[in-house]
Design a protein. Structure first.
Length: 260
């Protein structure tokens, strides 16, 4: 059975993942621009309270208990700075926006706890997804109850980065000396099954698959393959459905959210 399905709301398409059932959720497409999470939440659960943050490519995760719900589209300068949101209260929706970075939705199917995470290469190098999992554990979640969906993002086939960038991400996956030479680190990563790095024809460059790096981070935490799903969609290559900053250099985004 395919883990991913397209759904329709108001004649427009968004993506869902069976792993996150029965939590209302969606990875929304460029069709929904300029709708904000206040509007999009109506398509998931009409009376859900809405939370979002000002994303800064870090690894901070905000707890909705310490935040004020969004009641109107806000200037990002008024929002708390964080790249993740966690909720364990009922009827709350948490949202992140992306335009090549990975939107990560996490659910604890036993305790009803959820999180929405924005993880680009910087956030992945800063281990924001492992930090989110740690926060689930700290609140009493068990690893076996967690389900993680990695939504549409730029794929490793087309994401060219410097060796230094790849090495910063790779350092989260390799034991031993994190300060080893970038070339040695890339060589070690290349030996992984389902490697997150691919060769590039340009000297000093490689292709980086951020979602596969996150996948390996989750494996290192003890999650099993059947608890994780990666969307089969690339924001860079699928021009009809998704915005891509790498493709257009325009700061348009698509939203992803989940409801407790």
């Amino acid at each position: 059975m395919d883990a991913w399905q397209w759904q329709t709301w108001q004649g427009k398409s968004y993506l869902t993942c069976r792993l996150l059932d029965p939590f209302p959720h969606g990875f929304f497409t460029r069709e929904f621009r300029p709708d904000s999470p206040l509007t999009l939440a109506q398509g998931l659960k009409a009376d859900a309270v809405v939370y979002r943050t000002h994303q800064v490519h870090g690894n901070a995760i905000a707890d909705t208990r310490s935040l004020t719900p969004i009641v109107e589209p806000s200037a990002k300068e008024t929002l708390p700075q964080a790249d993740g949101l966690l909720s364990d209260r009922s009827n709350e929706s948490v949202w992140v926006c992306t335009a090549d970075c990975t939107p990560v939705l996490i659910a604890d199917r036993a305790q009803g706890r959820v999180a929405a995470i924005h993880s680009g290469w910087r956030g992945t190098a800063a281990k924001i997804v492992p930090e989110a999992i740690a926060q689930f554990w700290n609140r009493g979640s068990h690893s076996a109850d967690l389900r993680v969906a990695l939504g549409p993002a730029i794929s490793g086939d087309v994401y060219q980065v410097s060796l230094d960038v790849a090495a910063q991400v790779g350092a989260t996956l390799l034991p031993g000396n994190p300060n080893q030479e970038a070339e040695a680190m890339i060589a070690a990563l290349s030996e992984f099954d389902d490697t997150p790095v691919l060769p590039d024809t340009e000297a000093g460059k490689v292709r980086l698959d951020v979602r596969r790096a996150i996948l390996h981070q989750l494996y290192r935490l003890g999650l099993a393959p059947e608890q994780i799903a990666i969307a089969p969609h690339c924001t860079y290559q699928d021009t009809e459905r998704f915005f891509s900053y790498r493709r257009t250099q325009k700061k348009y985004v698509q939203w992803s959210g989940i409801v407790t």
